[in-house]
Structure formats: C-alpha cells, structure tokens
Design a protein around this ligand. Structure first.
Ligand SMILES: [Zn+2]
Length: 415
C-alpha cells in the first residue's frame, strides 16, 4: 500500500488559482487528491498556505559561496569573461578552494532547500555534476543539453550548439545556453546566430539576455523560446538587466533564477523581492505578485519541459510542496514577501525534506533521516546533515564562516 498523508483547512495556490480552506492528500510520491482529502495526518496550529515546490531555473551549484565578487569602483563589465577573470584571482575563491566540490554541491543544495526550492538547474555540463546530483536533498535536473554561450570566447562545453540542440529535440529536453550576457558586438548577435543555424525554437532556454533588442525579443517570442531572468546578478555585474517588461508584453515565458551567490541574490526568495524592486525602479510601476509567483513555479516547469510533473498543484503531479506560515493575507504576496523562517514544511516527491518538529510523524512515515536545527527560535527537522556540513566547512577554512543562506544557528554561534 502506498504511504499516505493529508492536510485539511489549508489554502492551496495551484498557482493559477487559489483554493481557500481546501485539502490535499499525498499518495506515495504524488498528489493524490485536491479538495476532498480525508482526515488530516498531523495536528498543526495556525494558517498554512501551500505552493508547488519552487523551481530555480539557474544556479551554479559549485559556486554558491560568499561574499560576492564583482566589478571594482562601479567599473561594470562588458561581458561575463571579465568577471570570470576577477573571480579566479579573488580571495573568496582562494578560501573556497579549501572546500571540496562535493561539499560545494551540498552547500548549494541547502541554499536552495532553505528557500523553498525543490528543483534547480545547474549551470555546468553533465560531466561536471553527474557524480554529485544523486545524493543531494533536492532535485537537480539532469534531462537537459547545453552550450555555455554562443560566442568565440565561450567555455566550449558539450558538443557544440548544433549537436546539443539536435539532441535536445530528439530527447524532448531543454537546450540551455547563456545568451547575450554582455554588450560587446559578438554578445549582441546571439539570436541572429541561432536563427542562422535554424535552431531558434521552443527547446531553447536563454539565460540573461542582457543585450536583447526589440527585434530579438520579437523573434524569441515567435519561436516560443524561454528566458531565465537573473536580475540580482545582472545589476551587480553590469548595472543593467534585460528588457523585462517588453519580454513579458511579448508573451515570452520568463522564469527567475538566482545565478550563483558569487554575483546573484543570496537565495530565490531574496531574488524575487529584488526582481520586484528593480522592476519598479525601471518602469515606475509594479509587477504583479502573481506574475512573480508564476516565474518560480509553472514557468520554469514549462521551460524544462517538465510541466506534466512539477510546477503546479493538481492530482497526479509530484508532491513537491512548500507550506508557508504567511505574513500577508494575499497568497501571492505571502510568497513574494516570504523569508526563510516562514517555511513550515517542504516536501519533495512526498518526502519531507525540511519542516517544523510538529511534522515529525511525516518524517517518520517516509523514513527520512536528518538533523534537528534551530531556525529563528523554532525547532526544525531537515534531511541530511547541513549543520555537519557547515562544521566541516569551518574546519576547512579555519574560522567560523557564516553563509547567509543557511538560516540555522549552531551552539558555537551562540557562545
Ligand atoms: Zn550561469
């Protein structure tokens, strides 16, 4: 028999609609029922808003270290390669080199987990991340093909743009590439280049798109290609981001990504609020909270061609669920304004990976091993050993390192 648990009296944000005072039943790995679930499994107090587990469309899972590394004296970059040079010679990378790649992948996974993310894409090619993905506490997608960027100075990943794209079409995977991350002449020609190869289509997921012209936006929209918007990283490196309002008006499927913490926001929740703030600065108007919520749930699921499994709450979908204690009555505002300490429970394919101690019976039912942590004066259970990881990192770098995306306090911090 499949393992089952359910909740009643919760608000479900599907996210296309809001179902108040509803219920949800989880059967094995999937959502079994919505709106007619039977008796609840655990007693919980207070209000819970439930969302699809968040999806971070772009991160660098071996690069989530702090502090950021960027241009000095507001001399912003012309393209990403200048940043790459600064990064390589930085004190931060020297410090980071004491930590194993395996540990870096775990740090990134926890950065995402503690902000409600259950699915993420890693910037790097398969041969870089394959050994690490299976052990991580969240889903890192492995069904994708990629090119680093379509420029002469790109990192030459994969088998080249055309072969990688053809492979994506054949396998029904996304073809992911950085595009127009800069303002030199070559960076500006990304769309034209793909068009000349006849591979501009709905498999394409473009990261950054800073140099996009009105014409590029029109072509991207017509092709049904997808865009990953990383405003925190863009503003930090280039003091500008893509023409986001024009992209939305053109009907492009846009998702928000954090990029790594070497340049982007500290996690996806912070990135969403930064996106809202920068949009207001650019256009003197608000981007609706609902639009932002779509950009971290159903939009990236569509871009990854996984929208039959993740990104929405409905029967049959994976039970990747984020339960929040809302700080706003409006369910879309509640997610946009959420902080790490507002998370009550996070599940991945029905398995709890992070949650309040009250939800312990679900951890027991699903046989999840973890640690008990203090997060903003609450006792939280988390899958795996993030406190053990932080202890190892501190030992490796030789001091009491703090990473802003890890919200728990440890006894040595308190002393
Ligand atoms: Zn990247």
């Amino acid at each position: 028999m499949q393992k089952h648990y359910s909740f009643q009296g919760v608000t479900l944000v599907t996210p296309d609609s809001v179902l108040e005072n509803s219920s949800i039943g989880i059967e094995g790995k999937r959502i079994g029922s919505v709106g007619n679930a039977d008796k609840h499994f655990v007693d919980y107090s207070g209000t819970l808003y439930v969302y699809p587990g968040l999806i971070n469309i772009h991160d660098h899972l071996r690069g989530d270290y702090l502090p950021r590394v960027g241009p000095k004296n507001r001399a912003y970059y012309v393209n990403w390669s200048y940043w790459d040079n600064d990064l390589k010679g930085s004190d931060v990378v020297a410090e980071r080199s004491n930590i194993s790649v395996d540990q870096m992948y775990y740090l990134s996974a926890y950065k995402n987990l503690f902000s409600g993310v259950t699915t993420v894409n890693d910037h790097f090619p398969h041969e870089f991340n394959e050994p690490f993905i299976p052990h991580l506490p969240i889903r890192v997608i492995s069904d994708y093909t990629l090119a680093h960027e379509c420029s002469s100075y790109d990192l030459g990943w994969g088998d080249g743009v055309e072969i990688e794209h053809r492979r994506a079409v054949k396998r029904n995977h996304p073809f992911i590439t950085h595009l127009e991350e800069g303002f030199d002449q070559e960076s500006q020609q990304g769309i034209d280049y793909l068009e000349s190869l006849n591979i501009l289509d709905d498999h394409c997921v473009f990261i950054h798109c800073l140099g996009f012209s009105e014409e590029d936006i029109r072509k991207t929209s017509e092709a049904g290609a997808h865009v990953s918007w990383c405003p925190g990283s863009n503003i930090f490196m280039f003091n500008v981001t893509c023409k986001i309002r024009e992209m939305l008006e053109a009907g492009i499927n846009v998702s928000i990504g954090t990029d790594s913490t070497a340049t982007g926001s500290v996690n996806l929740l912070e990135e969403v609020r930064f996106a809202r703030r920068i949009y207001r600065e650019m256009y003197q108007e608000d981007i609706p909270a609902e639009t932002l919520v779509h950009m971290i749930t159903r939009n990236p699921a569509k871009a990854f061609r996984m929208d039959d499994r993740i990104g929405r709450i409905e029967p049959g979908m994976f039970a990747d669920l984020l339960f929040l204690r809302p700080r706003r009555a409006d369910p879309y505002e509640a997610l946009v304004e959420a902080r790490m300490e507002d998370i009550a429970l996070l599940t991945l394919e029905g398995k709890p990976i992070y949650g309040e101690a009250d939800f312990h019976p679900i951890f027991e039912q699903r046989e999840v091993d973890g640690e008990m942590l203090n997060v903003a004066d609450r006792r939280m259970l988390v899958a795996g050993e993030p406190a053990g990881l932080l202890r190892t990192v501190r030992k490796a770098v030789g001091f009491e390192k703090h990473l802003d995306y890890l919200p728990f306090s440890m006894t040595e911090d308190e002393s």
